[in-house]
Write a protein that binds this ligand. Sequence first.
Ligand code: GUN
Length: 293
Amino acid sequence: MLIDGKKTSDEIKAEIAATVDEMVRQGQKRPHLAAILVGHDGGSETYVANKVKACEQCGFTSTLIRYEDSVTEDELLEAIDRMNHDTDVDGFIVQLPLPKHISEQRIIEAIDYRKDVDGFHPVNVGRMMIGLPCFLPATPAGILELLKRHGIETRGAECVVLGRSNIVGKPVAALMMQKAVPGDATVTVCHSATRNLKDICRSADIIIAALGSPEFVKADMVKPGAVVIDVGTTRVPDPTRKKGFRLCGDVDFAAVEPICSWITPVPGGVGPMTIVSLMKNTLLAARHDIYPA
Ligand code: GUN
């Protein structure tokens, strides 16, 4: 069956909007998310535009701050310092990737962890690892929310994560193994040096594919009845499309869909849930739910 991330994310946005309405009725300010976008990468432009649109749907204030690719690291650090001290901004993100002359790690560590709604600051990463309240990274949080809202049992499940990025693979593996619901799974992380990857995948009750390799997961890698979560969003050229490309997942959907119990489509699966998780974090930041003011 199809896991409809678009529909689930619409439901959650409506829940958030209702909460914001109530906050405003009680005289509180609207949650405010700011985004810093550097350059004109097509994917980043789309993601940030979708984040701004989601803010509107949730009743948040949003601010978009743009820089050209030529921006210096110091200029960016100054912008972050301004956001850290702007009392109206509850949370902010710096859209990744950044140009090569800028250290992403320096930028991430300059963000006040109490406003780090991406959950990328080492304080939030560390707190997540030991099960303390924190801002969870958006894509892993969105995946867990999809599993929860579709009643998918993770306790004791064999979960195979493909990919070990700081943004998806590592954190989703940590969350799936934590003693919680969803969680409590037996997690295996596979990567470019993994031997007998096919056999490992075939043993999985849940496969989370986050390696950025179009249609990598084939039917012979999936156990019948498995749950397949596709995090891939590679742009592949497609002259039949208006934009000249289409989004391609890490799973060969046509071949895998008939044999699994649940599967996320691309687009319309994990992507919309990532955005909604960022909205959730912004609401938590505005209410000082994680880090009391
Ligand atoms: N680039 C890809 N995913 C993300 C994300 O979740 N947040 C930010 N800031 N950049 C990204």
